[in-house]
Design a protein around this ligand. Structure first.
Ligand code: ADP
Ligand code: MG
Length: 285
């Protein structure tokens, strides 16, 4: 029987929320899929026909180890998207590579050596800024600052950082995500933060709900995936494109998630079907 390993991490041994939907969708296609921790060294990874990175949500604090593991795994099994894609996507500096190709939330890079002048220039240019670790996920360490002595900057995670203008529409229009699986725009999720928060994640009170695909969001998602594929010189198996509307009305990419975008299977269980189809197609290729 075809065997697929779905990589998660130790605090989420049963996989992402709704993860059983993915196992069921694959079982319906005669594939034996199971959730395993990416850092399980006792596992025979070479026994799998395919490995899919899904909810490896500790990779941000173990980036080097994670990338090394992905290179090791892909010598033993088919790995969706793969280590080179992960290497590029693990650093929010990839937004700069996309910027010449699709509208992207303006992004500057700062590090400890130029934190104060870098922030001062960004604040002068952008007004209120959002500062976040270049390798980060789940909204952790995302900080808003209006001045270089803004006390909120004490909440920064370790650098280097990406600095962006605070996109005000996140509070009203929110953030929209489109899943792209094997070149198809498959579903859309609308996310809104709560209260004074700008982070849309549920952990900060935000709410996500599935909505119909809109032409505007699907088109930008398709362009963003295409742009990523051009930069990398290879096609992409899956991705989630997050978008926000800038002050001038332009819809812009805020994130292109090519490593471990949660499929929102708890709110959009139907996302399991195209992902399962992707797995089968890649095994058959
Ligand atoms: N420039 C920005 N303007 C407004 N909100 C932002 C901005 N950057 C991030 N956010 C908010 O913070 C959240 C987390 O930031 P994001 O860039 O998606 O990083 P992560 O990789 O941690 O998800 C976003 O989903 C959004 O709600
Ligand atoms: Mg995000």
């Amino acid at each position: 029987m075809t065997s697929v390993l779905l990589a998660t991490f130790s605090l989420l041994p049963d996989g992402e929320p709704g993860g059983e939907q993915l196992v069921a969708a694959l079982a319906g296609r005669d594939v034996d899929a199971r959730w395993v921790c990416w850092d399980d060294h006792d596992l025979d990874w070479s026994s799998a026909d395919l490995v899919a990175v899904r909810s490896t949500w500790d990779y941000t604090r173990r980036a080097d180890e994670f990338l090394q593991w992905s290179r090791w795994v892909e010598q033993r099994a088919l790995l969706l998207n793969g280590s080179r894609v992960f290497e590029w996507n693990i650093d929010k500096a990839y937004l700069l590579d996309l910027a010449g190709r699709v509208p992207v939330v303006p992004t500057r890079l700062v590090d400890d050596a130029n934190l104060l002048p870098g922030l001062a220039v960004a604040i002068a240019d952008f007004g209120t800024v959002v500062v976040k670790s270049r390798t980060g996920a789940g909204g952790l360490g995302v900080v808003v600052a209006e001045r270089t002595d803004d006390p909120r900057l004490s909440g920064l995670n370790s650098g280097p950082w990406a600095v962006q203008p605070l996109v005000e529409s996140v509070r009203s229009e929110g953030e929209t995500s489109v899943f792209v699986i094997d070149g198809e725009m498959v579903s859309q999720v609308h996310k809104l933060p709560a209260g004074e928060e700008i982070r849309v994640h549920e952990a900060y009170g935000g709410a996500s709900c599935p909505v119909r695909l809109t032409d505007e969001h699907a088109a930008l998602a398709g362009r963003a995936m295409q742009a990523g594929a051009e930069v990398l010189g290879r096609s992409l198996d899956y991705g989630r494109v997050d978008m926000m509307r800038l002050g001038d009305g332009t819809l812009a990419v805020s994130e292109l998630e090519l490593i471990e975008p949660g499929l929102y299977l708890d709110v959009s269980p139907e996302n399991a079907q195209p992902f399962a189809d992707l797995v089968l197609r890649r095994i058959a290729d």
